[in-house]
Design a binder for this molecule. Structure first.
Ligand code: PHE
Length: 331
């Protein structure tokens, strides 16, 4: 009997099969259990030999079952690992194309446009000092325009830059004119509603050349061409405005991309959307960086605002929520 079982155990193909065998041998009505039950009918003097023999069989079979179980479990695991292996190179018809985030995409388009006009790309630190963020930009400590900026201050008296204009200052202090640059980057202001987030992205532009070379007409031409490249067939208008670092200054509007200038909720029924600020560089800024006998223009724009207008997104905050349903629309 023993050898027969050992042979069967050896040939078991699955853990289930093995378990059935275990029950058939050692279960309540198992063959071996029934053998043990015969004990009561065995004459006393033979009991000892009988029990010894049965126990030996039990040990042999139990060991065989355990050994086989270990082997079958190892095989099962190997099987499982084989079919759960992920082939990262496999092509899946279900995969979806990725896309750039609308903010990144808009930023890239702006950068490419000015790169093609031979503007250099300049960078500066996000944590700025008062001099670069305000003072050198003609915003002295008492200046009321500092309130426009809603600044985050650090404990050691530095600021999170409120605009990309400090990069103008850094570039002029480290390079000689002529300058033709843009500074793309993140800026920070204490502001949070449907058109403001405490962190957003700007692109600053600065062109400086000899005195009398750069005029408002140059600025206007570049801005109109640029805005029509970004927004298509729009009208562009310049409104007199104020920035401490430019004089004269202008805010630039495009005809509303939603209603084509008819008047709608987005443009507050004016037919116009404000898209950037610009002007002729104030002489106080040139004095602060030690530039003499030069002329220049500067401009600054918000990338998120551009992205919202280009993609017709209603709430600026949704650009930062990483909702795959929104992002999927830009594929
Ligand atoms: N720095 C201004 C702002 O953040 C934008 C600007 C830049 C305006 C350059 C004029 C010239 O609002």
């Amino acid at each position: 009997m023993n050898n027969q079982w050992l042979d069967k155990i050896e040939k078991a193909l699955s853990l289930d099969e093995l378990e059935t065998m275990r029950v058939d041998i050692l279960g309540k009505k198992g063959t071996l259990t029934l053998e043990f039950a015969k004990m009561k009918d065995i004459p006393n003097e033979q009991k000892r030999e009988f029990a010894k023999n049965l126990n030996k069989q039990k040990t042999t079979l139990t060991n065989a079952l355990e050994t086989k179980k270990t082997i079958l479990m190892a095989l099962a695991l190997e099987e499982q690992l084989k079919c759960e292996k992920i082939d990262l190179t496999a092509f899946s018809a279900k995969s979806q194309n990725g896309a750039f985030h609308p903010v990144q995409d808009t930023m890239d388009r702006v950068i490419t446009y000015f790169q093609n006009l031979n503007f250099s790309i300049e960078e500066g630190p996000l944590v700025e000092d008062d001099f670069h963020n305000f003072e050198a930009l003609n915003l002295p400590a008492y200046h009321p325009a500092r309130d426009m900026q809603d600044t985050f201050y650090t404990k050691d008296g530095k600021v999170l830059r409120t605009h990309t204009s400090p990069v103008q200052i850094r570039t002029m202090m480290s390079q000689k004119p002529p300058i033709r640059m843009i500074a793309p980057g993140t800026v920070f202001r204490k502001d949070f509603d449907i058109t403001h987030t405490p962190m957003f992205n700007q692109v600053e532009g600065l062109v400086v050349d000899d005195e009398g070379v750069i005029s408002f007409a140059n600025l206007k031409h570049v801005m109109v061409e640029f805005l029509q490249y970004m927004f298509g067939e729009v009208e562009v208008r310049f409104r007199p405005s104020f920035f401490p670092f430019t004089e004269p200054s202008s805010e630039v509007d495009i005809s509303c991309v939603f209603c084509k200038g008819e008047g709608c909720r987005v443009c507050s029924h004016t037919g116009w959307l404000e898209v950037l600020g610009c002007g002729i560089v104030d002489v106080n800024v040139f004095n602060a960086v030690g530039y003499k006998n030069v002329s220049g223009y500067a401009f600054g724009l918000g990338i998120e605002r551009f992205a919202m207008l280009i993609h017709q997104i209603g709430d600026l905050r949704s650009l930062f929520e990483s909702d795959i349903r929104l992002l999927g629309q830009f594929r």
